[in-house]
Design a protein around this ligand. Structure first.
Ligand code: DGL
Length: 276
């Protein structure tokens, strides 16, 4: 068991912007006693169309910033950063670190019955082939088809979660996955759970949608427990249970965050992430 003061430290969660809040929401639900520091890289979003080198550099800066916040563990709540930067981050920090892709891949294998899995995500995540590689490590027989859906992130950020425009674009993106006859679809981008209804309607009842956030929180709990790092109890009243940092446009972030997380987020602080 770790020292009490280590167990009381917050968990650091980061994403390229607001998408990781869907993961944070799940961690808050499953681990209500934990404190969380969230960083959204709102100045440099999107990561999905950037090169590996750039995403690695950004992610390393964010981890350095989170370390200044005395976090006890790190959650990479961004599929693109998980796909490109996880190994580099693991080499650079001693902290326990968890990504969203491995948990999503595991759930997909457990869910599929016909062995045909679809993965939707950014160009970076789909192009990296990371989901197929993790899925095939568990079960080489599963057929994995990836489809990049680059317009989904701006549609989500514009708040068009249920809108005819989103229906139309989603129908085009998803047509080939329907033709292939997948029975499981991984929402391989942390923005996508917000348009889950639209995607579900188009894919139909025979297709199960996998949101990696759920399994990520389960695995985070296991990891903290194994390392003796689970919080000893709820933070005291008045303690800053959840803190939010961004690299730009804090007010806009705060409004968006309040529509995702029902917590009444009062402030988000802008920090100069390039200096880390
Ligand atoms: N949240 C990112 C992810 O899960 C997508 C947004 C972006 O392109 O930065 O991949």
């Amino acid at each position: 068991m770790e020292l009490l003061e280590n167990r009381e430290k917050p968990i650091g969660v980061f994403d390229s912007g607001v998408g990781g809040l869907t993961v944070m929401r799940e961690i808050m639900r499953q681990l209500p006693d934990e404190k969380i520091v969230y960083f959204g890289d709102t100045a440099r979003v999107p990561y999905g169309s950037k090169s590996r080198e750039t995403v690695v550099r950004y992610s390393e800066q964010i981890v350095r910033f989170l370390q200044t916040q005395q976090v006890k563990a790190i959650v990479v709540a961004c599929n693109t950063a998980s796909a490109y930067a996880l190994e580099a981050l693991e080499e650079k920090t001693e902290l326990p670190i968890i990504d969203v892709v491995k948990p999503g891949a595991k759930t997909a294998v457990e869910t599929t019955k016909n062995g045909r899995v679809g993965v939707i995500g950014t160009e970076g995540t789909v192009g990296s082939g990371i989901y197929s590689s993790y899925i095939h490590q568990i079960d080489p027989k599963v057929q994995v088809t990836g489809k990049a859906c680059p317009l989904f992130v701006p549609l989500v950020e514009e708040g068009l979660w249920e809108d005819p425009v989103t229906d139309e674009i989603a129908s085009r993106y998803l047509a080939e996955l329907i033709d292939i006859g997948i029975d499981t679809l991984v929402l391989g981008c942390t923005h996508y759970p917000l348009i889950r209804k639209t995607v579900g309607k188009i894919m139909g009842e025979g297709v199960t949608l996998v949101n990696p956030a759920y399994e990520t929180a389960v695995e985070l709990k296991e990891l903290l427990s194994q390392q003796g790092l689970l919080s000893p109890g709820a933070p005291a009243l008045g303690e800053n249970r959840y803190r939010f940092y961004v690299s730009d446009a804090a007010e806009k972030f705060k409004r968006f965050a309040n529509s995702i997380i029902k917590y009444g987020i009062l402030s988000a602080k802008t920090i100069p992430i390039e200096e880390y």
